[in-house]
Design a protein around this ligand. Sequence first.
Ligand code: 5AD
Ligand code: SF4
Length: 545
Amino acid sequence: MPRVYLETFGCQMNELDSELVAGRLAQLGYAMTREAETADVLLYNTCSVREQAEQKVWSRLGELKKTKKSRPGLVVGVLGCMAERDGADLMKRMPVVDIMCGPGELDKLPELLDNAVRTRASLNGDQSASQAALQGNTSRRSQTLAAAEDRLELLDLSRTISPVDPDGSHRSAYVRITRGCNKFCTYCVVPFTRGAEIHRPPEHIIDECKRLAYAGVVEVTLLGQTVNHYRFEHGASVSVGGVVQPQKGRTYKGSHHRDAFAGTSVTTFADLLHQIHEQVPGIKRLRFVTSYPRDFGNDVLEVMRDSERICRYLHVPAQSGSDSVLKRMNRGYTVGEYLEFLDRARQFLHQPEIGRPLMLSGDIIVGFPGETDEDYQGTVRLLEQSRYKNCFIFKYSPRPGTVAYDKIPDDVPEAVKRERNNHLLSVQARIGEAIGNEQIGQTFDVLVEGLSQKQLKASGLTNAARKPRTIEVTIGGSAVATAPVVEETAEATGPVQVTGRSDGDLIIHFDANDSTHARSLVGSIVPVRVESASGLSLRGCAIDS
Ligand code: 5AD
Ligand code: SF4
C-alpha cells in the first residue's frame, strides 16, 4: 500500500483541497502519512498568490534532488495553483517532479498518481527513463477549467467524513460554497488559477454540514474567495451525472431574496446562512471567509444578527486606504464606501453588552505600484479607523500573468515596501493590544480547542514533538483542524491551561481543574470572564453558567 505524504501551502481553500485529496486517496487504499522520510509519494499542494509562497515550494523541490537519487522509486507531485500557473516550465526546471495537477483538475489526481506509481515500479528505479515517459504524458496538465467544474463538484461530494477523534481534534471543518473568482483585482493570480466563480448547490452544502455535524464537528467555516457573492439559481440549474449544477457564468450584484427572473428561485448568501443555521443546529459556530467589501447586503447582516450560532466575525480585506491605489487595483470601491460598510456592519452586529462584539480582520497590500507616501498614510488612517483585531499585511509581489505585472511597473523600492510593512505591523500591534485590553472584565462563550501552547510546552509536548498518529485524514504541515490534543497529558495533575476562541475569533486561555477535566471540555462552549490581556491573547477564568 503506497504511503502518501501531503504538505499544504497557502490558503484555507488549499487546506480544504488537501483534505479532499487525502480522503479520496485513503478511500482508494493509499495510506496517508505525516512522515516524508518513509513515504512513497510526496505531494505538495502549492500557492501562487505571492512569490514568497512559491519560493518555499521551489526550495522544497530543490532539496528533493538528492533524495530522489537515493530513492528512485519516489513519486513527487505538485498540486494547486503553481501547477496550474507554471505548468511545463516547472517540469523543466524541476525534473524531480513526476506529476502536476492544478486546482481545477484535482479529481484526476488518483488516475495520474496510479499511472506514476505503476510507471515507477515497472521502470525498476531507472529515473531518467521514468522522467521521459512522464514528460511525454500531456494528460498531466489540465484541459480547461470549465470542463473540470462539473467533475470537481463530484470531488467535493465524495468528501470522506470520519467521526471526530475522541481526543477532540478535527472539531472544525471548512465547507466550500463557491469556487473561483470573477473580480480580477489587478495584482491577483486567483481568477487565472482557480477559474470563474461558480456556486455549489445549497442542498449539497447543507448536506455536507449535516454530515460533518453528525461526525462531531462543531465549527464550520464556509469558504469562497468572495463568499458573500454566493448566489444559486435553482431554475437555471442543470443536472450533470445526477448532480445538480448551476448554469455557468451567471452571477449578480446585490442580493435580492427571491427572483430576479420569473420562475427562477434564487438562494442568496443570506438564505444559505439562514438555512444552515436552522437546519444544522449541531454546528455551534458558523463562520465564513473571505468577504468582499462590496455587495454585502443588509439581508446578510440581519441573518447574522438574528442567528445565535453565526459568529460575529468578518474577514473583509480593504487592501489599501487610498482611492487611487484601490482604483489601480480594480477593487471597485472607495475608502469612504469601505468604511461605510464597516459602520453598517457594526450597527447591526456590534453588541459587546451581550458578550458579542463584532470582530474584524483585514488584508492590506503595501507598496502597490505608484503608492506614494500620501497613499500609504491613507492606509495607516484606514487601519486606525477600521480597528481590525488582526490584519494580514503583505508587500506587493508582482505576479506574472496579472494585469499589474503586465501594465503597471513595480516602482516602489523594496526598502520602502519593507519599511511600510514593518510600520504598519507596529500600528496594527498597537490596535490589537488596545482591543485586547478592552475585553478585560467581559464574559465570552469560548469554544474549547485543547491545551494551550504554554501547557503543551510545560508538559514537554510541542505540536511537532507529539507522536505521529495514523488518522484518516492526515495532512502534512496543516491538519484540517489544529486542536492540540490532551491524551498525552493523562498523568498531569492539578490545573492545566486550555485554549479556545470566542465567536469573534479572540483567543482565550483559562485553567481546567486537571487533564481529565480539560479533555472533557474540548469541543464544548464554556463562559469565561477575561481577566488579563497580552496583545490579542486573553486570559480568563471559567464561570458557572
Ligand atoms: N502581492 C501581495 N499580496 C497579494 N495578495 C494577493 N495577491 C497579492 C500580490 N500579488 C494578498 C491580498 C489577498 C491575500 C489573500 O493575499 O491581500 O487578500
Ligand atoms: Fe484575488 Fe481580488 Fe478575487 Fe480576492 S477578490 S481572490 S484578491 S481577484
